[in-house]
Design a binder for this molecule. Structure first.
Ligand SMILES: [Zn+2]
Length: 374
């Protein structure tokens, strides 16, 4: 079967749909937990699924260096290796390689870089990135692209975008025809509408199963990001999923869905969980804070996750302060659960044609803030 996307409802620019893959359906808007090195840190695959996640992300850069794509392939592919049977999206490795400033050399052919683990030399090209993602067994493959480091001049952003479009054509050629697997193109062009439109036109000319809005969430701030999202998704085909990479905080996600984005991923809920930070309907709660030390109440009274059903704020505070592994496990579970509830809430609101009212309730709950200390 081919990976297909059906739009079920639209409210304003916000869309609800479903991505059908041979490994299962992904309801959109979708949030993808990040399984960088073949694991969503601190979570068993069944626990990730229990939060409502239907797809996870794997990182080409990390997996190619350790344990190596050929090894994963010999061991039966990434799904079997990490024991996640649902769909997996892999990034191209481009973004992480580009962020290795000083450790890389960029040419028309691709990027030569040194491993952050052992200093060994590697080459990533569009062709090699497609090969690695095929070896991993990724269901949704991302084009190899370049994301210029900010701040960059208009000329640098334009040149980088054109290089990414040449690499997109090479990625498509190398990907070939693989029924059951999808290839997504990545729009670049910085904060310049003309460049974003040129990039979208170039990608549509090549033709992809889905399209990402790239080059955002790289430190430009929410206002600038929303500024681009106000127009950029409109340059992309309506009948294909739109993916915003590396986003974000809950209010970033809500703002992106409002502007027509269907898929997102971010390390934030899992990383925050390991540093004592929880995301709730009331905003951010810092479990490190001494105010929780004697608090018998759950983190969120209305949350159905194991951290909130079985434990007090005092316990979460205690295990975090004691450096116990369960602290990161419970808070990661809660955060991923909250993110999935957020997506489900938006999806239901879009289907019911009340996204605007849902959004107002979302912001009102956050404005109220956390429950007062006892
Ligand atoms: Zn919870």
């Amino acid at each position: 079967m081919r990976i297909g996307f059906s739009r079920l409802a639209q409210d304003g620019k916000a869309r609800a749909g479903v991505i059908a893959t041979p490994r299962g359906e992904v309801m959109t808007p979708a949030f993808m937990p990040v399984g960088t090195a073949g694991t969503v840190k601190g979570m068993l695959p069944g626990s990730v699924a229990a939060t409502g996640a239907q797809i996870v992300l794997g990182n080409t850069y990390h997996l190619m260096l350790r344990p190596g794509a050929e090894r994963v392939a010999r061991l039966g592919g990434l799904h079997r290796f990490m024991n996640w049977q649902g769909p997996i999206l892999t990034d191209s490795g481009g973004f992480q390689v580009m962020s290795l400033a000083g450790l890389r050399k960029l040419t028309e052919a691709g990027v030569t870089f040194r491993s952050h683990i052992d200093g060994s030399k590697h080459v990533l090209t569009p062709e090699r990135s497609m090969e690695i993602q095929r070896l991993l067994g990724s269901d949704i493959v991302m084009c190899f692209d370049e994301c210029p480091a900010l701040p960059a001049s208009d000329a640098q952003v334009a040149e980088s975008m054109r290089l990414s479009m040449r690499w997109a054509a090479r990625s498509k050629e190398a990907f070939g025809d693989r029924p059951g697997h999808a290839l997504f193109g990545i729009m670049q062009g910085g904060v310049t509408p003309e460049l974003r439109e040129q990039s979208a036109e170039a990608l549509k000319e090549i033709g992809f199963d889905g399209y990402a809005v790239g080059g955002l969430a790289v430190g430009e701030g929410q206002e600038a990001m929303f500024g681009v999202l106000d127009y950029a998704p409109g340059f992309l085909p309506e009948d294909r999923p739109r993916y915003l990479m590396g986003v974000g905080k809950p209010d970033d996600i809500v703002g992106a869905v409002k502007r027509g984005i269907d898929m997102m991923d971010c390390v934030l809920p899992s990383r925050s969980g390991r540093t004592g930070q929880a995301w709730t309907r009331a905003g951010q709660v810092n479990l490190k804070n001494a105010r929780h030390a004697d608090d018998p109440r759950p983190l969120d009274e209305e949350c159905a996750c194991p951290a909130c059903r079985g434990y007090s704020r005092a316990y979460l505070h205690h295990v975090y302060r004691s450096g116990e592994m369960i602290a990161g496990m419970l808070l990661t579970w809660h955060n991923l659960h909250y993110y999935q509830e957020l997506m489900a809430g938006m999806r239901a609101a879009i289907m019911a044609g009340r996204f605007g009212a849902w959004e107002a309730e979302f912001h009102a709950a956050r404005a109220q803030g956390d429950i007062p200390p006892l």
